[in-house]
Design a protein around this ligand. Structure first.
Ligand SMILES: [Zn+2]
Length: 472
């Protein structure tokens, strides 16, 4: 016999208002016991108005329990009935949350079925997610997908899956909710993200990354900063104690104040002794941004000064020198970077491999054509990286071979040459950009943005002017 039956039975046969008082007491005690045993559930499933009713009734009972002759209005009976229904439901069903972490080999369908959907429902939700512009291939290993289901308290059997929530990216959710008719409806929710602009400046002592982190710049931004300048600065040699940095960057913040995403660097500058290198981010085509000098010259595609990412020593600079083997004075047409045997050699820029073969005094030799203006060459290699042969396209920084001592060489090093319009030039002083510079309307738009950044941060960076800015 459940509580409803007790109520019907009693209302028929005994003094009505005494029984109502008893009914209240039973309902409240039951609700209280249920709430003790399953507190979270009561919190989650009793609506605000139901809780208000509950509190009102409880107050009445406390006030009137001592006086069983109190007359209750007829509507109270309905209140009690609905309260009993609620208690009944509480006893019969409970809600359960389940989270699945996506593993290798999982598909969206398999995850949905693991969360309790049958094949038909899983297909239905799959297509509805698709219709909300969710690409199932975006499912990432480690991603968490959550379901909130209704479970039969007695048997523990799954009754239905009420909600499925997945986060395609931080601050964004896709929610599949079962409607009253048993069909799922999928909606997209987005946290309103606040974009916060931060800036920092400081003197460099010790490493650049240390100096930046000391000024509160997040590690992810420091790494981006270094990447931006890797094309134009040799950090080990060009940056000295007392040089300065400037950075302006964005963070994406969720409404509860968490950094959801470290954003992009808007502006980055290095103030070297007598030189200032300032770069601005600019979206040159939809979704594609690069960094440009104040004048709109692309920095990304500037050739690397050093085709290595390991510790090296300049064993022979560019220009006139006494030859280490012939002992006479001749021009050295490249820079020799000595590094351990087998160290990776990286492409100085994007381009196409023109030559990859043994080439007399150069030993194992690679030549890459970057564009109509620039080529680079690499000599004395121990060997070529897999797949490097004439005609192959390479990316800046891609592994092309290994440091060796083949050809006319006295020890492991890479001989690095930069050829500009057919003339060999010093890789350490090239400043000209080999990338696509801004022109026309884009340049106009870019210059406007530069002016805005400069005027906003004028005071902040005022003390950082170099001794003498080199003209470029
Ligand atoms: Zn050399």
């Amino acid at each position: 016999m459940n509580f409803k039956d007790v109520l019907k039975f009693d209302i028929k046969h005994k003094s009505k208002h005494k029984l109502i008082t008893l009914g209240y007491a039973v309902a409240i005690i039951t609700a209280f016991i249920v709430s003790l045993t399953n507190n979270n559930y009561v919190e989650a499933s009793v609506s605000k108005s139901e809780r208000l009713d509950y509190i009102m009734i409880e107050n009445n009972v406390v006030n009137n329990l001592s006086n069983p002759e109190t007359i209750y209005p007829e509507s109270s009976v309905e209140n009690i009935k609905s309260l009993f229904n609620m208690v009944n439901t509480l006893v019969r069903e409970r809600k359960e949350a389940k989270t699945i972490t996506v593993e290798k080999g999982d598909t969206l369908i398999s995850v949905l079925m693991d969360l309790g959907l049958n094949r038909e429902q899983a297909n239905d939700v799959y297509y509805k997610l698709n219709a909300q512009k969710y690409d199932p291939r975006d499912l990432r290993i480690g991603q968490k997908i959550t379901a909130l289901s209704t479970i039969d308290s007695q048997t523990g059997a799954l009754m239905k899956v009420n909600f499925i929530t997945l986060e395609p990216q931080a601050g964004e959710r896709l929610i599949a909710q079962m409607e009253e008719n048993g069909e799922y409806k999928v909606r997209r929710e987005k946290d309103e993200m606040i974009e916060e602009v931060n800036s920092a400046t400081g003197s460099i002592s010790g490493t650049l990354s240390h100096s930046m982190q000391n000024q509160g710049v997040p590690a992810a931004i420091v790494n981006k900063f270094i990447q931006i300048f890797a094309y134009s600065v040799d950090f080990r040699r060009d940056v000295r104690k007392g040089d300065k940095f400037e950075v302006i960057y964005e963070n994406k913040i969720s409404p509860d104040g968490k950094i959801v995403k470290t954003g992009d660097i808007i502006y980055a500058a290095l103030i070297l002794r007598k030189d200032k290198l300032a770069l601005y981010r600019f979206e040159h085509s939809k979704g594609n941004a690069d960094y440009y000098t104040e004048k709109g010259l692309a920095m990304k595609k500037t050739l690397r000064k050093v085709p290595l990412n390991v510790k090296y020593r300049i064993s022979s600079p560019f220009g006139k020198r006494r030859h280490p083997i012939f002992k006479d004075l001749r021009i050295h047409w490249g820079v020799d970077y000595a590094a351990p045997m087998g160290s990776p050699i990286l492409a100085g820029g994007d381009g196409v491999v023109q030559v990859a073969k043994y080439n007399g005094a150069y030993g194992n030799y690679i030549k890459i054509r970057h564009n109509s203006e620039f080529s680079t060459a690499y000599g004395h290699m121990k060997g070529f990286a897999k797949g490097i042969r004439p005609g192959v396209r390479v990316k800046q920084g891609q592994l092309i071979g290994y440091v060796g001592s083949t050809g006319r060489s006295t020890g492991p090093h890479v001989h690095y040459e930069v050829v500009q319009n057919g003339r060999r030039v010093n890789p350490r002083t090239i400043k000209a950009s080999a990338g696509e510079n801004l022109a026309g309307d884009k340049l106009k738009k870019f210059k406007k943005m530069v002016a805005e950044v400069q005027s906003s941060y004028k005071n902040m960076f005022a003390q950082n002017e170099p001794a003498k800015v080199a003209s470029k």
